[in-house]
Design a protein around this ligand. Structure first.
Ligand code: AMP
Length: 190
């Protein structure tokens, strides 16, 4: 069985308006460090991204930032990551993050987060990525997305079985066990 060793976390470069979002990011970071699961993320130092990375590092874990040239030039680096990997373009950077991670966890965020989420869902739908995608549903943030996914199904644009492309989780403590369960199920099918 493959034990989960790394998880990509996609989330906002802003804090968001509900303090529960930053709190959730912080809790997840701590849990990842305590379980020896490396954080793979977009290398941001601010908002939700900064919160999860700082929390991982403060708890003694490993935070690996993967960034492209233009974003890196703009980014103000306020703390030191375990590793910073630089790619020329956003596309190469995203592909590297998908390959490096055993699972994905999506926290509240904006358009950048939605781009990353829809891309990994597309890759999973066409069979190019077979890894868990967990939506950390802090304070019901992903409820409208879930309704929209149901709408895509009822309107005939998404096959009903693809509702299971993602898993919605309310509690940070349930994220790694849920991801591990899906990894085990994928291993058993091989
Ligand atoms: P957003 O949800 O629009 O705030 O964008 C967040 C996502 O886009 C993250 O998961 C990052 O991969 C990427 N991103 C956006 N802003 C930055 C930034 N300042 N530094 C690094 N990555 C960023």
């Amino acid at each position: 069985m493959t034990k989960i060793k790394s998880m990509a976390v996609f989330c906002g470069a802003a804090d968001g308006n509900n303090p529960a979002y930053i709190k959730g990011a912080h809790t997840l970071g701590k849990i990842m460090a305590e379980n020896g699961v490396d954080l793979v993320y977009g290398a941001g130092h601010v908002g939700m991204m900064g919160a999860v990375a700082k929390s991982v590092l403060d708890a003694g874990g490993r935070a690996i930032g993967v960034i492209n040239k233009t974003l890196n030039e703009r980014e103000e680096q306020t703390f030191l990551l375990t590793d910073l990997i630089l790619y020329p373009s956003l596309h190469e950077r995203k592909d590297a993050m998908y390959a490096m991670s055993d699972a994905f966890c999506i926290l509240p965020g904006g358009i950048g987060t939605m781009d990353e989420l829809s891309e990994i869902m597309t890759l999973k739908q066409i069979g190019d990525l077979n890894k868990p995608i967990i939506l950390f549903n802090i304070a019901g943030f992903w409820d409208p997305f879930r309704i929209f996914i149901d709408r895509l199904i009822s309107e005939g644009y998404l096959k009903p079985e693809y509702e299971k492309l993602v898993t919605y989780i309310d509690r940070a403590e349930d994220i790694l066990p849920t991801a591990q369960k899906e990894i085990d199920a994928i291993d058993n099918k091989k």
